[in-house]
Design a protein around this ligand. Structure first.
Ligand SMILES: Nc1ncnc2c1ncn2[C@@H]1O[C@H](COP(=O)(O)OP(=O)(O)OP(=O)(O)O)[C@@H](O)[C@H]1O
Length: 238
């Protein structure tokens, strides 16, 4: 079967997910278009990271299904707070771990693997700190290193949990450019964000509130004054 860009990369149906008996996501159905950028936005605690975790396969739904168009491991870039500071590895080695999906941890990486690692380090302007210990980097540098590791997987499906949160404008610009570049190469990108400007730049937008999908579609059609008022209690984005 030929898969075109307009087919969904992921379809979730009637998802119910929880950590305790009380579900966090309730009967949620949504699609994520292939080769496009989808932004998942919503207030704190609305279930965005939970949805991402289910798509990534790190959380199992109590009910419902997750279908992926292609049988490939997604590259999952967690929030930087989810990664230990004390890992005694260099930035370059951390990024090279992204290639393990291709070789396995005990096989030597090839010259081509290292070329991908160097390209990803360069793309996120990490070459000057590549030899430093990952834990010694600033929060923003570490977030870029985690993204470089995700990009190095060349998975075709990139899942990101708030990649730009807490970063300065230049770091956010670098990350946005890296994601646009991945998309231009055909990668499907799904990012959880609180940044309305980032969501408006996406091709597709899902708005979550209280574990339910409130709206889905083109960002301009979804982030309407009614939705902004109902979900965030604000009247406009300006
Ligand atoms: N590991 C966990 N154990 C128990 N409850 C959890 C766990 N992780 C999240 N939750 C709960 O699930 C709900 C949704 O959390 P989730 O992190 O998915 O929301 P979010 O929209 O990503 O929030 P934020 O914008 O604050 O990151 C919250 O009520 C949260 O307390």
């Amino acid at each position: 079967m030929t898969i075109t860009r307009d087919q969904p990369e992921i379809a979730v149906r009637d998802l119910t997910v929880g950590y305790t008996r009380e579900p966090v996501l309730r009967g949620l159905s949504a699609t994520f278009p292939r080769g496009r950028m989808t932004a998942v936005i919503g207030p704190n605690g609305s279930g965005k990271s939970t949805l991402l975790g289910v798509i990534a396969g790190v959380l199992r739904p109590a009910a419902g299904s997750v279908e992926r168009a292609a049988d490939r491991e997604p590259a999952f870039v967690a929030q930087r707070s989810a990664v230990s500071d004390s890992l005694p590895i260099s930035v370059r080695d951390a990024v090279s771990m992204g290639r393990w999906a291709h070789r396995g941890p005990w096989r030597r990486l090839t010259a081509q693997d290292w070329a991908v690692v160097e390209k990803c380090l360069a793309g996120l302007e990490l070459l000057p700190v590549a030899a430093r210990r990952l834990g010694s980097l600033s929060g923003g540098q570490r977030q870029r290193a985690l993204l470089a590791q995700g990009l190095a997987q060349e998975s075709g499906l990139l899942l990101l949990d708030e990649p730009g949160s807490g970063l300065d404008a230049e770091a956010r610009r670098l990350i946005s450019a890296a994601l646009e570049n991945a998309k231009a190469q055909g990668t499907t990108v799904v990012q959880v964000t609180h940044d309305f400007a980032e969501a408006m730049r996406a091709d597709h937008c899902l708005v979550l509130n209280g574990g339910r999908l409130i709206a889905a579609g083109a960002p301009g059609a979804v982030l309407t004054p009614r939705v902004l008022e109902e979900v965030w209690g604000i009247r406009s984005l300006s």
